[in-house]
Write a protein that binds this ligand. Sequence first.
Ligand code: 5AD
Length: 379
Amino acid sequence: MGICQVRLLPSFLNTAGKHELSDLIRYLFEEAPEDELSELFAFAVELNRENYGGRVFFRGLIEFSSFCKNDCYYCGIGRSNVNAVRYRLSEEQILDCCRKGYALGFRSFVLQSGEDGYYTDDAACRIVSGIKELFPDCAVTLSIGERSYDSYRMFFDAGADRYLLRHETADEAHYSSLHPPGQTLKKRKLCLYKLKEIGYQVGAGFMVGSPYQTCETLAEDMIFLRGLQPHMAGIGPFIPHSDTRFAGFSSPPSKMTLILLSLTRCLLPKVLMPATTALATADKRGRAKGLSAGANVVMPCLTPRDRRRDYSLYDNKLCTGGEAAEGLSDLRRQIEELGLKPDLSRGDHADFTDRAEMADTPAFSGAEQKRSNDYGKHE
Ligand code: 5AD
């Protein structure tokens, strides 16, 4: 590729067809020499420096329910796993997690759960508005799966700023090999487009090395991201869970995830992208490697300690050290050692920061900001 070619990647990725993209991915996986990959990763870090001053944003992750009505074949908390330990946090317990996170310095909370109907739309709204009342200076991200347009709209009006919903794979046949018949790629994509239309900062994403994935399906992931233009992208390695039908599959070499992280950074230079817990679990230096390949978010866990083990998406999921909110100071140090800047602020996407800053001024409250977004849509 050479140094000149690395710089051409953003425009290549923005125009290439499926065939060219899959060839590039295959080349990077199978043939590219170490020094070329290092150059690619360094370029991805440079793009984060240009767009975010080399900042790494912190999100406090609250895994508030391990109940799930779905049965994704790869996931340890699918409804048919009778060995999974199920728990739910009460609204007050969720607020307590935020209180603890706020005291530690977090200003961005991610509420994640299985698809759990126990939390009705009203309950979810109460949780969001409860957090916003206590901590108006914090961003709230929901990651609770597929719901209707009206539900998404209600959560947004209650104050939710962002929504994470990985598309998992943008290839129809691959999607069907990872999910039972009721779950479709079409529905998943529709949800993502609805969320965007409502005005959320939206996160999509996929696993690397999931069963039956190919360079072609990964090329489709790139093309899907290019069309959706998400504000966030969650990309981490597949890790088998022993109670699932994919127990016998293996996790990919970290290199593959790092390549996809850096390509995604080149495609979407302003994207917010975590060095995932899965990457840190699969490789003990995974977090550092991810941050050195263009990731710019970390998501330490604020889930109550006695529940962390039960949110078991895959085997041996880390919930200690840098993956735990209690390990904050070590994590900050690790980020600084990489020459990056730990940042505990809300950490909005670059296209949203102006609006977020305006919301801080008394003349332009959060509610007004939301309304002005709505008007903007019809201009
Ligand atoms: N390995 C890696 N990631 C997984 N997820 C679920 N199961 C696994 C697994 N076995 C990811 C999915 C989901 C996110 C919450 O966790 O991509 O969207």
